[in-house]
Write a protein that binds this ligand. Sequence first.
Ligand code: PGA
Length: 262
Amino acid sequence: MNRKYRKALIAGNWKMNMTSSAVKPFVEGLRAALPKAKSCDIAICAPFPLIPALARAVKDVSRIGIGAQDVCEFKSGAYTGDVSCDMLTDLGVKYVIVGHSERRAYHGEDDFKVNAKLRAAIDAGMTAIVCVGESAEQRERGLTMEHISYQVAAAVCGLTDEQAKRCVIAYEPLWAIGTGAVATADQAQEVCAQIRAVIKRRIGAKTARAISILYGGSMNMKNAASLLAMPDIDGGLIGGASLKPDDFAAIIAATAQEQHNG
Ligand code: PGA
């Protein structure tokens, strides 16, 4: 993490888990376990129907931001099953994940759609957490950098400096998501540095320095500190480990640890 230019962010991605009644106890548990030092921004990206319960539960915990896991790129109208940016901001949503590999794989979201969703989200005033990542096969064939560079360039295509500053990029290797097979800190750093280089080329040096890049994929309380110690990794997008308040809090605490270490 480079704290001079960027703020750390630990974002939980609950995916299709939890229930309304489980939200309040979760937030109470997390609040009790959180370190006192506010060493990073915190977000919880919940399924749409749980967002009102999450908003109620975090009402007095201002340091926890409300997030969603997807959003429609269109403003309103005949888009059955979709949820608009206005509907989310109306509920107090500040963060939205865009282009998660599970959306790309199971809902056919391509790079054009990801770009459109990202623009809609940031224009609505939310922080868009856009996900990129290579498959195991792409890594084996030496195509990681090429693939990531393309995905990042496509995601931020046409964005102004100001718009790009409201994005967070999450590097999530597909082979590490939900598998327990975490990328090594060096592997993750190498790709996150490349992501920053693409932003520098496409948008500009200042934005590249200011944009937060997260690692996601089996990040947990044991491996968080070594990943967060890397210069281009500014936080984490946490799936499985964000479902347990103590584990999630321990990852948040790892950002404080890093702050002490420099
Ligand atoms: P995981 O998921 O931490 O369970 O691997 C991360 C993600 O998909 O965002």
